[in-house]
Write a protein that binds this ligand. Structure first.
Ligand SMILES: [Zn+2]
Ligand SMILES: [Zn+2]
Length: 241
């Protein structure tokens, strides 16, 4: 199983960066989130149009799904014209939500030209791009948000999505080969209430509680460099899991 960090910026882009997008190959290709800038990076890597079998969206903040919009236009009128439809897994009630966005950005059914729409259910394993995925709800202000656990049977990856401190993170990442965990904040006390993000020390605490093998911190503003010894995502980073 291979992870490529396509984009790892927080809610605003780091210099030259893309927002959330993580490509898991195991061996089919699964994209976790699809924020602004992700499509450009995938095209840079794949040539004409990205070869992706499925996409899973963790929540409806734009930095995690915004590039679904140009994905549609590129499929309808651009180089994705002949591409196979991508299976797009959305949070519960996501199809209605996406169609509502469609009515404002184009038209309701625009998504169907590029994607086969599916909704996952909380804690209910589903298969995407030949891998097993399970979505666990995590606390992110008042927005319904999920962390994802992905396995190809041999290896496993946990992705926090955007999350405040929670025991669910340790559950999500329990024994995983890699825990891709957000570390957005300089300090936890700078967060809003209810909590929605983690500081690096809180991400480390969740990692230690989980028993996961390796921690990769992400969704980190460029303005907040990490202390030494912690492994941090950067756009283009590739890891064998
Ligand atoms: Zn985010
Ligand atoms: Zn968010």
């Amino acid at each position: 199983m291979k992870l490529t960090v396509v984009g790892c910026s927080p809610a605003w882009p780091n210099p030259g960066g893309a927002q959330s997008g993580y490509l898991v190959e195991g061996p089919q290709r699964l994209l976790l989130d699809c924020g602004p800038g992700v499509l450009a990076k995938l095209r840079q890597r794949d040539g004409d149009w990205p070869q992706v079998d499925a996409i899973v969206i963790t929540h409806w903040h734009l930095d995690h799904w915004g590039d679904l919009v140009p994905w549609v236009w590129g499929t309808m009128a651009g180089p994705g014209r002949d591409a196979e439809k991508v299976t797009l897994w959305l949070p519960p009630e996501g199809i209605v939500r996406l169609r509502d966005f469609g009515a404002r950005l184009g038209w309701e059914e625009m998504w169907e030209s590029a994607f086969e729409l599916r909704e996952y259910e909380e804690e209910e394993p589903f298969e995407a791009a030949g891998m097993q995925v399970r979505a666990l709800r995590v606390p992110h202000y008042t927005l319904r948000t999920y962390g994802l656990r992905v396995t190809n049977g041999a290896r496993s990856l946990a992705y926090s999505g955007d999350s405040g401190p929670s025991e669910r993170l340790a559950e999500l990442a329990e024994g995983a080969d890699l825990f891709l965990c957000e570390a957005t904040l300089a300090r936890g006390e700078l967060d809003g209430q209810p909590r929605g993000h983690l500081a690096a020390d809180e991400a480390v605490a969740a990692f230690e509680a989980s028993g996961a093998r390796r921690l990769l911190l992400t969704h980190r503003p460029h303005e907040l460099p990490l202390d030494g010894g912690l492994e941090q995502a950067r756009d283009g980073l590739q890891l064998e899991i």
